[in-house]
Design a protein around this ligand. Structure first.
Ligand code: 13P
Ligand code: SF4
Length: 350
């Protein structure tokens, strides 16, 4: 199978620019609220976004909950504060809405590791397999898949697939290996990985564990098996937050993107959370997702003021990609939502 090299953490893509200047501080927040009301927009944010963005969002959630919110909203406009594959998912599930992404360069190394033509060739070479594909992929790859999964629902969906059915799992080899072990299902794995979760420092993790022997080690399943072997709990972003919330006043070593600490600290104010640094000397921020962090409050304002950048997809692609996404929603409808509406009632009405 082909393996595509991952991009370097320094995102090199160009960012759209000819925007009106954004106001500062509270005025910026007020303007975003004003535009949100004027446009009848809903602002959706992933847990890896900066604190201020999570605070201004109507809903903060994991990939599954944000897809559910996008599918169910009656807003005219969806402002997606996450990465491009998430905003494309919103467009596919809500094609009649305008979907805005503050920075179109907000990609994902997992998406980059699975080019549609290579994925199609791989599928064609295994006609007796169905393709179970992680939501972190392009719209084209979704359209070539049978069922989409997220880290919240993947295990439950795999358990609904008949034992004799052969499965391709793409694009995350670490999540695939974890699920294979958990469910006892052999799966053909695509060779992709997340550039953030693959690069946490094991040495730093061991030192943190020695310094905080009572801490729970909690990890996202995009981490490689060597890192997951240290974890007391493995789960999606929402699952890690819930686990911390269920152990108030305790200590946690956290193997996922540090944007998650905002919700963890809000829901568990008496607990202590330790981030694990990424690999590399003097690399204080290299456990941040460089794509998620492209979004800023200024860019949110500017994309709302100009209604650009907008996610547009051909209607035939939307039609093909929608089916595997709808199968995912249907097969995980028994899983409760954990998204939070983070806006205060005052800011919604002001
Ligand atoms: P979750 O669905 O667990 O929020 O994960 C999204 C993601 O991109 C993790 O890197
Ligand atoms: Fe993609 Fe990894 Fe960033 Fe998640 S953290 S959006 S998987 S690059």
């Amino acid at each position: 199978m082909d393996s595509t090299p991952l991009p370097s953490p320094g995102v090199q893509r160009t960012t759209a620019s000819p925007f009106p200047p954004a106001p500062h501080g509270m005025a910026l927040e007020d303007e975003i609220h004003r535009l949100r009301r004027e446009m009848n927009a809903v602002i959706l944010a992933h847990y890896y976004q900066d604190d201020a963005i999570q605070d201004i969002a109507d809903f903060v959630g994991d990939s599954l909950d944000l897809a559910r919110k996008a599918a169910a909203t009656d807003a005219d406009v969806i402002v997606f504060c996450g990465v491009k594959f998430m905003a494309e998912g919103a467009k596919i599930l809500s094609p009649e809405r305008q979907v805005l992404l503050p920075d179109l360069a907000a990609g994902c190394s997992l998406e980059d590791s699975c080019p549609p033509a290579q994925f199609k060739a791989f599928r064609d070479a295994h006609p007796d397999h169905i393709a179970l594909t992680y939501i972190n992929c392009s719209a084209e790859v979704k359209a070539l898949s049978d069922i989409i999964v997220t880290s919240t629902n993947a295990e439950a969906i795999i358990r609904q697939i008949p034992e004799e059915q052969k499965i391709i799992f793409a694009p995350d080899r670490h999540l695939g290996a974890y699920l294979s072990k958990k469910t006892g299902r052999e799966m053909l794995l695509w060779n992709g990985a997340c550039m953030v979760h693959e690069r946490f420092s094991e040495e730093a993790l061991v030192k943190l564990r020695e310094r905080h022997p009572g801490a729970h080690i909690i990890a996202h399943p995009e981490c490689p098996e060597t890192l997951l072997s240290y974890a007391h709990h493995v789960g999606s972003t929402s699952s890690l937050i819930s686990f911390a919330q269920a152990h108030p006043g305790e200590e946690f070593i956290v193997l996922t993107e540090p944007g998650i600490f905002h919700q963890m600290k809000q829901r568990s104010p008496g607990s202590l959370f330790h981030p694990v640094p990424g690999l590399g000397a003097g690399c204080a921020n290299c456990n941040n997702c460089p794509y998620m962090k492209l979004n800023t409050m200024e860019k949110i304002y500017q994309c709302m003021a100009t209604r650009s950048p907008e996610i547009t997809l051909p209607a035939e692609l939307i039609a093909r990609a929608r089916l595997p996404l709808e199968r995912m929603l249907e097969m995980s409808r028994h899983i409760p939502s954990s998204a939070v509406g983070s806006l205060s009632p005052q800011s919604l009405q002001a």
